[in-house]
Design a protein around this ligand. Structure first.
Ligand code: PHE
Length: 342
């Protein structure tokens, strides 16, 4: 009996190993495990086995049966049906097709324009400095000649973090710091974010970007300020652009002014961008107030200086015809992808 079981096992394994298709497997299954197969015959012949040997032999036959079922099951994956083959055929990859373009990250339009402004101003002789976004009342207001109860503080709706600390309302917070730490000639720019507690609308936001400029030396004049500003604007827009200087008040400059440029969108005939005035304000500017020079330990009898704070978003609105400042912070890819890096 043992010999018969063993030779059946060998025969089965041999056939299984030489099968070529799932149809072959099916045949093997019917042949060995079917009702009239050799396993059933073996079972039947158990009758002829002595009662002592019967349980052991029966066990062997069952073992072989389980073995065959397991081996057939495991072999299924060796052969795919024609349908499965057809599916593979359909999914075949055409390696000659061009690849799908992946979207590569790029600089945000604000970063791009900041870089552009910085490059122009470096070329004009300025060096770059960065001030803290979180600053003290001293650097943001006091050292800029805002008296504690000065109504000008109300001009800037400030986010206070404590009685003394705040989110800077302008990049002018760099001025006293730079003057304390350096002797003239000082010729720096300071780009960065500024924060104001304002209602968010198409034209104002709780944070935006400025580029501060500060130039202190002997004989720095108002003419230097106008010429530097005009030259920057011409370089930035790539052509001569009309500028307009309006007297204005900031405690840290005297005289102070606001700088407008003619609206590029409507050529001064009036449109939504310029609120139908033909002009757009891009900066506050002026000659550094003698008191501010004193805060920076610089003798106002010897030195003079000019400063400006320029609005970055404003320049982008004009240069690219963006109508709503909120778009800059909404992360809408349809908007952002319109500004490829050049
Ligand atoms: N800091 C001013 C503002 O935020 C702008 C300014 C800077 C004005 C420097 C004069 C000189 O509006």
């Amino acid at each position: 009996m043992d010999i018969t079981i063993e030779s059946l096992r060998n025969e089965f394994n041999h056939e299984l190993n030489t099968a070529h298709s799932s149809a072959d497997l099916e045949q093997i299954k019917v042949k060995y495990l079917g009702k009239k197969g050799p396993l059933q015959n073996l079972m039947k012949s158990l009758r002829d086995v002595s009662p002592e040997e019967r349980p052991e032999v029966g066990k062997q036959i069952n073992l072989l049966k389980e073995e065959m079922e397991g081996a057939l099951e495991a072999s299924q994956t060796r052969f795919l049906s024609t349908e499965e083959n057809a599916q593979l055929e359909r999914e075949v990859i055409d390696v000659t097709l061009p690849g799908r373009r992946r979207f590569a990250g790029r600089k945000h339009i604000i970063t791009q324009v900041l870089d552009e402004m910085i490059d122009i101003l470096i070329e004009m002789g300025f060096s770059v400095q960065y001030g803290p976004d979180i600053d003290s009342d001293y650097y943001n207001f006091e050292a800029l000649n805002f008296a504690p109860d000065h109504p000008a503080r109300d001009m800037q709706d400030t986010f206070y973090l404590s009685t003394d600390m705040l989110l800077r309302t302008h990049t002018s917070n760099i001025q006293a710091r730079i003057m304390e730490a350096n002797r003239p000639p000082i010729r720096i720019i300071a780009p960065g974010k500024v924060y104001r507690n304002e209602t968010i609308t198409a034209r104002s936001h709780v944070f935006f970007h400025q580029v501060e400029a500060l130039y202190v030396d002997v004989n720095v004049t108002f003419a230097d300020l106008l010429a530097t500003m005009d030259q920057f604007v011409a370089k930035f827009f790539g052509r001569e652009i009309e500028t307009r200087y309006r007297p204005s008040y900031f405690p840290f400059v005297e005289p102070g002014m606001e700088v407008d440029i003619s609206c590029l969108n409507c050529h001064k005939s009036g449109c939504y961008l310029c609120k139908h005035t033909g002009w757009l304000e891009i900066a506050g500017a002026g000659m550094v107030h003698p008191e501010v020079l004193k805060y920076g330990n610089i003798d106002p009898e010897v030195y003079t200086g000019f400063a400006w704070g320029m609005g970055v978003e404003r320049l982008i609105l004009l240069k690219h015809g963006v109508s709503d400042i909120r778009l800059f912070t909404e992360n809408d890819m349809r908007f952002l992808t319109q500004f490829p890096e050049v």
